[in-house]
Design a protein around this ligand. Structure first.
Ligand SMILES: NC(=O)c1ccc[n+]([C@@H]2O[C@H](COP(=O)([O-])OP(=O)(O)OC[C@H]3O[C@@H](n4cnc5c(N)ncnc54)[C@H](OP(=O)(O)O)[C@@H]3O)[C@@H](O)[C@H]2O)c1
Length: 431
């Protein structure tokens, strides 16, 4: 049954989503770059959205753009990125360029009066993020919509997980959060944009930006994460002994504390490898390995009941979301309650009870579940809310505002600083 449901969701999400007729007032998107991520993040989700048309693309090489347009049925090919911005038939610019170009092209797009769906991370560093999100063109009352595409937050699975943490029946505060994301070695090539400092690459700028965002979401806006221990793995030296991209973190792990005494830990790896337990270690020490994306919140222990003889019944809850990244394929929220009975200060008994929750849609009875579909990917959910915002509709209520995007970039900069790495370079683009 689980396999059948998985196959059905995957088929509808990725292979054959329903394709309703486009409405006359559909929003027309232009793509800057013939990027790898656009088909997953926008082109496929757009098929099932009656108010979205992917109308134009431009690449640095026109021939490549033409091939891309043909493959994905995009009607217009422009010669340059700027030509898309100059096209009055385009309403929204989707920016999936190297991180180093996000700031410049987001501002150029906004100046051209276009809405912007901007890939994460929003900018190269906090300085750029502050300049972008606080720019009068962005903050003015009728400014275009600008969204950093942290798609995972729009899915009901993430929101359900968050509400299980934040609306815990015992009102226990979060004590510790952990989040991880790993990509097996070999998935990315050595010349990928993620491994180039000049293009604002790095694991924390890419894959590990998710765990950082996740722990920040769980701890909440009021908490400033102070990195106390950050370890990164660079590339090994080249065969001639030279250092390869010394500012690039191929993998990173970081521990944070907050002023209110909470803690967080993240792990990310773009080239995850190691031994496979069923093979002799001496054979292969660096085989590609996989780990599920996972976010885990440990709440503080609470006193539930005190008996006449002085024994105390305490409870500590841990809530884990498996696969915050692609929950449509499969995810699970584990709610693990650990009961602790103490007498005279001594623990006399502990036992655990785990319940499981899934949220491919909003809960039954919630109005949002009438619109959302179980096969919607995180990117499809994000597109729904992006369009709702442009059209002035309330939507699901999930949104990522400029202050959040700035705070995320500040957290990245501070983590790099603690790691002894430089923040990613600031664009020379002047407004
Ligand atoms: N939301 C998500 O799930 C998700 C997932 C993956 C990536 N991303 C983000 O999306 C962005 C693009 O990632 P991607 O994996 O799609 O990368 P990609 O395939 O390398 O695409 C990047 C695009 O940038 C353009 N580009 C312009 N100047 C470039 C330069 N100097 N060097 C290399 N490329 C240049 C290229 O466009 P031309 O076609 O014009 O040559 C290329 O199509 C990144 O910001 C990344 O963090 C988001």
């Amino acid at each position: 049954m689980i396999l059948f449901e998985f196959a059905k969701r995957a088929y509808q999400a990725a292979v054959s989503p329903p394709t309703p007729a486009k409405r006359d007032d559909a929003i027309r998107f232009g793509l800057l770059g013939a990027s790898t991520i656009a088909p997953i993040a926008l082109i496929t989700p757009a098929k099932s959205h009656p108010e979205v048309i992917v109308a134009a693309v431009a690449a640095r090489d026109r021939e490549r753009a033409c091939q891309y347009a043909k493959k994905y049925n995009i009607p217009i090919v422009h010669d340059t990125y700027q030509d898309i911005l100059n096209d009055p038939s385009i309403d929204v610019i989707y920016i999936a360029l190297p991180n180093s170009l996000h700031y410049e092209w987001a501002l150029r797009s906004i100046r051209a009066g276009k809405h912007v769906l901007l890939e994460k991370p929003s900018c190269s560093n906090a300085e750029e993020a502050l300049k972008l999100f606080k720019h009068p063109l962005v903050t003015s009352p009728n400014a275009p919509v600008l969204l950093e595409a942290f798609h995972y937050q729009f899915h009901p699975a993430w929101q359900t997980f968050l509400s299980l943490v934040h609306k815990d029946p015992w009102q226990a505060p979060v004590e510790h959060v952990y989040s991880q994301q790993h990509l097996p070695k070999g998935y990315l090539s050595r010349d990928d944009i993620r491994f180039q400092y000049a293009l604002s690459g790095g694991c924390l700028m890419d894959l590990a930006t998710y765990p950082l965002s996740c722990v920040r979401q769980v701890l909440g806006r009021g908490e400033h994460l102070r990195p106390v221990d950050v370890r990164h793995r660079p590339w090994p030296p080249a065969p001639d002994g030279s250092t390869v991209e010394p500012q690039i973190d191929v993998g990173i792990s970081a521990t944070y504390v907050t002023d209110s005494g909470k803690s967080a830990q993240i792990e990310g790896d773009l080239v995850y490898a190691g031994e496979w337990s069923f093979l002799p270690a001496s054979w292969f020490k660096a085989l590609p390995k996989f780990k599920w994306p996972r976010t885990e919140a440990t709440l503080a222990e609470v006193l539930v009941e005190e008996e006449a003889d002085g024994s105390q019944h305490c409870l500590q809850r841990k809530v884990t979301l498996w696969n915050h990244l692609i929950p449509t394929i499969y995810h699970r929220v584990d709610i693990c309650d650990k009961y602790i009975i103490r007498r005279g200060g001594e623990i006399v008994r502990t036992f655990e009870n785990t319940t499981y929750v899934k949220a491919y849609n909003w809960p039954k009875g919630d109005e949002r579940s009438n619109t959302y579909q179980e096969w919607w990917t995180t990117w499809r959910c994000q597109l729904e809310e992006f369009v709702n915002r442009i059209k002035g509709r309330a939507g699901s209520g999930v949104w990522i505002d400029g202050d959040e995007s700035i705070a995320q970039m500040e957290a990245i900069d501070e983590t790099y600083d603690q790691a002894g790495l430089m923040p990613r370079p600031t664009s020379a683009y002047q407004v």
